[in-house]
Ligand binder design. Structure first.
Ligand code: FAD
Length: 287
């Protein structure tokens, strides 16, 4: 079933995001972890596209293996970094020839060391242009990224939501959000997107915190607002295991609250590991 039809059902949707491992051992580990995750019957598994296209082929290899091993539909992430329209068309034709029809259409980040995104001279400046291009191919279901706390380059949330609306108007079918920890930020985002006329499903992106290094990486990536009680609990942790316990407990409560709010589902960022999401889903997910 395609993701749009699935979202039209009342039942909440579940998905996991994975990234292509760099080594064969990493890949075997990933499929072991996925065998645990699939026991929760996810509706799709999304596979990231490495910065600057670094995992171009591997993204599709992993997606192919997911589909053949678990019979679960992959969502293929794709960015337009460093590519002309012709390059993009030929890659997407290849994606289509492999039998995939779900794309997460992204602009992508500037390459490491650069502060501004420079589009390919014959490519796209914004994800909205990529969405319009893919929509015209008339084959794919299209997801796009949304930012409950505003994209890092946007001057403010209202401006970012105006730009999100451009992706919707260009033909996006659903939105997956950046991770966040403060549900109030998400609720404000939902109110503002509704006011802006965005009515396609918005799936919250959820990342359980499991260790300090991950916490620091997440802060450096998007600096999410951290609820004070969570920060206080993290400060009290003395052992690595304590951080994981706090992170899992927090995410269970976060998801239960979002479920009561009425989100259409959950997109988890498990960082290729199943233990934390298993503990969380065991507590609140009934499919
Ligand atoms: P856009 O929607 O184009 O927005 C980029 C910026 O431009 C925003 O500040 C926006 O407000 C602004 N903007 C947009 N349109 C206009 C306009 N018309 N005029 C003026 N300003 C405008 N990155 C990867 O490399 N690989 C991945 O697999 C990947 N997966 C992701 C999955 C999710 C769910 C999310 C949330 C992000 C993911 N990213 C990934 C990161 C993403 O590529 C970056 O956040 C990137 O900086 C922005 O991509 P975008 O598609 O949101 O861009």
């Amino acid at each position: 079933m395609d993701i749009v039809s699935r979202l039209q059902q009342k039942k909440p949707l579940l998905s996991f995001e994975v990234f292509p491992p760099k080594t064969p051992i990493g890949e075997e580990n990933l499929f072991h972890e996925l065998s645990v995750m699939v026991s929760f019957k996810p509706d799709f598994i999304s596979v990231t596209y490495g910065a600057g296209g670094s995992t171009r082929a591997k993204t599709l290899e992993i997606a192919t293996r997911i589909k053949s091993t678990f019979s679960i539909e992959p969502l293929i992430h794709f960015t337009c970094v460093g590519q002309s329209r012709d390059d993009i068309a030929s890659y997407l034709n290849h994606v289509q020839s492999l039998g995939f029809n779900n794309i997460l259409a992204l602009r992508g980040d500037p390459p490491a060391g650069q502060h501004h995104f420079t589009p390919h001279p014959e490519g796209f400046k914004y994800a909205s242009e990529l969405v319009e291009f893919i929509r015209n191919m008339d084959h794919f279901t299209i997801g796009v990224a949304g930012y409950p706390e505003g994209h890092i380059e946007a001057p403010d949330l209202d401006t970012d939501i105006k730009n999100l609306k451009k992706k919707v108007d260009a033909g996006a079918d659903f939105i997956i959000t950046q991770l966040f920890f403060n549900n109030d930020r998400f609720y404000t985002f939902m109110e503002k997107t509704a006011k802006a006329g965005i009515s396609i499903p918005i799936i919250p992106g959820i990342m359980p915190l499991t260790n300090m290094v991950q916490f620091q990486k997440v802060t450096a990536m998007c600096n999410p607002d951290m609820p004070v009680p969570l920060l206080q609990e993290l400060e009290r942790c003395t052992l690595p295991d304590d951080i994981c316990k706090v992170g899992i407990e927090f995410t269970i409560n976060q998801c239960k609250e979002l479920q009561s709010y009425g989100v259409p589902g959950f997109h988890f960022y498990p960082l290729n590991k199943s233990a934390a999401v298993k503990s969380i889903l065991d507590e609140f997910w009934h499919g």
